[in-house]
Design a protein around this ligand. Structure first.
Ligand code: BEZ
Length: 403
């Protein structure tokens, strides 16, 4: 479902002042806003802080707040109030949690979620409404910027197709002819495995078996035996967080690592490569980030994040950081008027994020990042870049009517 956008382009303060979070000297200050100008901007956050994706939720939240704090702790000159809920990775609870943020807390922005199934549930509630504006800082559900796309829904992360599709070509280029895919059975796993399969088969490979296990189960012994008996040339896999640590370790412990190389979208080793230890060394993945990207923002961001939180930054914290940049840009452009929805939408639609640790990216017409996908490899516990697997990759956004 799409809604018409009421557009009235107002002064858009682009560039360094806006991205630094400096309140824009906008010519536009509506009366209704002037009355409530001292109230804080409310940012609702729905992310996982428990279970297998807890590390992802914490990384996003930490970096989002760090980005806003570094710009002075204000959005468009107004204080910020974060209303934070644990999604518990529960799709059934997603409508209650979303409505709590919208109707009870009356937030101006919703930031979330991590999980594709929750993202689709949230999009079905928020998309048909005029407000609030939702920024997805991780969940890759293709549908959220596909058939469920809406003027007020934006993503600062990736679609499930984006990091997975180039991975298929990487496996074919490495000379592999047969592959088994294995993942969790829910939106993210299904969509990433399908995209990797397409990329592999377009380049001459054949996916000979597809394994899906219930989310968030981590009992891998039976499926590892199955893979050993099939003996494919390679395995393509999506797991993330705690589940990825266990899978990669057990894959190596089962003696598969040296005989059947493991590949996947970069979530397989992202933020967890140290915990995976020797089991992760040498694994090649594709993702829109790598630890050692040599740009000044990334170098500074990694230093700041390590200092503030005592752990290394990862793609999830990059996505949180960039969500902060989008909020700063949008709120600076409307001079702090969170009610200027049409104007905020225009700013986000035009968003170019030149100061992202991942490198420059911009918003597609479907409201999803157009970004480089890097080929990475785990070396000494770091996901280091080997090259660009796909330049400025744009999601096909099937079914999205925004244009
Ligand atoms: C997802 O559910 O969309 C997702 C979760 C973790 C990492 C990447 C994607």
């Amino acid at each position: 479902m799409t809604k018409p956008i009421k557009t009235s382009r107002r002064s858009f303060i682009a560039g360094s002042a806006a991205t630094a979070g400096i309140a824009a000297a906008s010519s536009f200050i509506p009366t209704s806003f002037a009355i409530g100008a001292t109230a804080p901007v409310k940012v609702g956050i729905l992310l996982p802080y428990s279970g297998t994706y807890a590390m992802l939720g914490n990384s996003i939240t930490n970096a989002l707040k760090m980005r806003v704090d570094q710009a002075g702790g204000m959005l468009g000159g107004r204080a910020v109030k974060y209303v934070v809920l644990d999604s518990e990775m529960s799709v059934p609870k997603a409508p209650i949690n979303t409505n709590k943020l919208i109707k009870k807390e009356k937030v101006d922005f919703v930031v979330g979620p991590v999980h594709s199934g929750i993202a689709a549930a949230m999009a079905k509630i928020i998309g048909p409404r005029d407000t609030p504006i939702m920024i997805v800082p991780n969940a890759g559900s293709n549908g959220v910027t596909g058939e469920l796309c809406a003027p007020n829904i934006f993503r600062s992360s990736f679609s499930n197709w984006q990091p997975a599709y180039p991975g298929g070509k990487v496996m074919a280029d490495d000379g592999h002819k047969t592959c088994v895919t294995i993942s969790w059975k829910y939106g993210a796993g299904i969509q990433m495995m399908a995209a990797g399969k397409t990329g592999f088969e377009e380049n001459g490979g054949k996916v000979v078996h597809e394994i899906l296990i219930p989310f968030p189960k981590v009992e891998f012994q039976a499926v590892l035996s199955e893979i050993a008996s099939i003996k494919p040339d390679c395995v393509f896999s999506f797991f993330s967080g705690g589940g990825a640590v266990k899978f990669v370790k057990e894959y190596a412990a089962a003696g598969l690592k040296d005989n059947i190389p493991l590949y996947g979208p970069g979530f397989l080793t992202e933020g967890v490569s140290k915990a995976q230890g020797a089991a992760a060394e040498g694994i090649k993945t594709t993702l829109h980030y790598a630890s050692n990207l040599d740009n000044p923002t990334n170098i500074q961001f990694r230093k700041d994040y390590q200092k503030a939180f005592g752990s290394a930054a990862n793609v999830f914290s990059v996505q949180g950081y960039d969500t902060g940049s989008l909020l700063l840009q949008a709120m600076a452009a409307v001079g702090g008027d969170a009610g200027a929805t049409a104007d905020i939408i225009e700013v986000l639609e035009d968003a170019k994020v030149p100061d992202s640790p991942r490198g420059v990216w911009k918003m597609s017409k479907a409201h999803n990042p157009i970004q480089d996908i890097y080929l990475r490899q785990v070396k000494n516990g770091e996901n280091v870049v080997l090259g660009v697997a796909a330049k400025a990759l744009e999601d096909p956004a099937a079914g999205c009517k925004l244009a």
